[in-house]
Write a protein that binds this ligand. Structure first.
Ligand SMILES: *Cc1c(COP(=O)(O)O)cnc(C)c1O
Length: 466
């Protein structure tokens, strides 16, 4: 018999291993199905090793050890908190907006009790799910009516499908955007059953371009906020209110997809002016769509506001049911929106707004604290510096805007920068920084209170092991 056969025959049986597991307290809180899976996986691995010609020493203890680490990996949650040290406030890969405390407690309350989600407490009859936010949205934007769906991509799809199915939608060539992932205006148009009618050129589109595109089958003028890029130089585009006037002349409604819609004028807080949802409504748009979890700083949602007639049409579309939001989102959205009644409070309490409007002085304070905490923990093990750089708002808001920030940069003396980046990313909680010019960079803008301590202790764990 060859060594390989002998080794294979020596592999313990699952039943035998299960007996051992029963007596091993380290497995006591792991579900049996997970243990079984892990044992089988460990056996499989060993079998492959043996066939590949490596002959590890096979002991029961070794199997249990392997099975335990596989099982522990399996029972860990997959969706976990991470520390965002990238400075990108609305980081789509890291979950976009952080919710405010008010939203969190509202979610908890609604989640563990019954609620009046679709019951009108006044009449005792069936109520409307969207009533919790409909009034607030109208109050905050000046719109006549509102509805909320799962996300803004859904909102655009639903609005187009309602207002222009099997008919033409006129869009400027400069606004045929692709937003990260797979949201492309022409594709969404096709999925909503509309016919895209492109007008103008990439850099210049005039009112007369829209005008000449109008035909019997024209259902809608669409404007799309160019969220993640900027066309500069020899450019021209048509103001929403001019398009609305042209629409009125021809009996054609106008829709604007604002993407990252904001309810406040950021220019009051030292940022560039972004047209607000209220601006779009005042310009006379029939329908305006925007995200709940971009500049608004709330939960993932697609918000549609506009004229009552158009919103009523949208509510009746069966797609609305397929895209409807759940009660937790509704709770979070209501609480977030309520804060906007007092703008100062909104800026303070909504994490996205707070991080975007942090003064440079405050950033410097956060950077100092981060620097000192790291220095205390691993001072001799790193070359630690400050570097004045830029943060990005992210999430398709404020395209190309740089937010001045002060980063802490470090280079370990005994480990490569890229290995450090990986180790930080794989630690618990994961810490996401970035590498530039062979330095590991931490931007304090997106750090929450107390996270500097976690970063410092994680650095210590990684660097002292070396
Ligand atoms: C982000 C964005 C969308 C998609 O919004 P989601 O809420 O992510 O679905 C659509 N249109 C524009 C212009 C955007 O910026």
């Amino acid at each position: 018999m060859t060594d390989i056969h002998k080794s294979l025959r020596n592999l313990p049986g699952v039943d035998h291993l299960l007996e051992l597991v029963k007596q091993d307290p380290r497995f006591s809180s792991i579900p049996r199905s997970v243990v079984l899976d892990s044992l089988r996986q460990a056996l499989d691995r060993m079998r492959k090793d043996i066939l590949a010609g490596t002959h590890p020493l096979i002991t029961d203890a070794l199997f249990l050890e392997q099975a335990l680490s596989l099982a522990e990996e399996k029972i860990k949650p997959r969706l976990v908190s991470v520390i965002n040290a990238t400075g990108v406030v609305l980081h789509t890969n890291l979950g976009r907006a952080l919710l405010c405390e008010e939203a969190l407690s509202h979610i908890t309350a609604i989640a563990k009790t019954y609620s009046n989600l679709e019951l009108n407490l006044g009449t005792g009859k069936r109520g409307i799910r969207y009533e919790a936010v409909d009034g607030l949205l109208c109050e905050l934007t000046g719109a006549e009516s509102a509805i909320v769906v799962n996300n803004n991509a859904g909102a655009v799809l639903l609005a187009l499908n309602t207002l222009a199915r099997q008919r033409e939608v006129v869009v400027s060539r400069g606004e045929l955007v692709e937003i990260g992932g797979s949201f492309r205006v022409p594709d969404v148009m096709e999925k909503s059953g509309c016919v895209l009618k492109e007008v103008g050129t990439t850099n210049r589109t005039h009112l007369r371009d829209y005008e000449t595109a109008v035909g019997e089958n024209t259902a809608l003028f669409l404007k799309v906020h160019t969220s993640n890029y900027k066309i500069e130089g020899f450019t021209a585009n048509v103001a929403l209110k001019d398009l609305v006037m042209l629409g009125q002349k021809n009996g054609i409604p106008v829709m604007e997809d604002l993407g990252s819609g904001t309810l406040i004028d950021f220019s009051k807080y030292g940022l560039p002016h972004e047209p607000t949802v209220g601006d779009a409504v005042r310009s006379g748009a029939h329908v305006v769509t925007f995200s709940g979890d971009k500049l608004l700083g709330g939960p993932q949602a697609g918000i549609i506001v506009g004229k009552k007639e158009n919103i009523d049409q949208i509510r009746k579309n069966p797609l609305t049911r397929a895209l409807r939001i759940d009660k937790l989102t509704l709770a979070a959205l209501e609480s977030t929106l309520r804060l906007y009644r007092d703008e100062e409070k909104a800026i303070q309490d909504i994490p996205t707004l707070r991080m975007l409007t942090l003064s440079f002085d405050d950033i410097v304070k956060k950077a100092d604290l981060l620097f000192q905490t790291i220095q205390k923990a691993v001072g001799p093990l790193v070359d630690l510096r400050f570097s004045d750089m830029n943060s990005r708002p992210g999430g398709g808001s404020f395209p190309e805007l740089d937010l001045p920030t002060r980063c802490v940069t470090l280079r370990p003396v005994n480990l490569s920068v890229s290995k450090l980046e990986t180790a930080m990313r794989l630690s618990t909680p994961a810490i996401i920084g970035r590498i530039e010019d062979n330095q590991y960079i931490l931007d304090p803008r997106t750090l929450q209170d107390g996270q500097e301590t976690i970063i410092a202790s994680t650095l210590a764990r990684i660097l002292e092991k070396k």
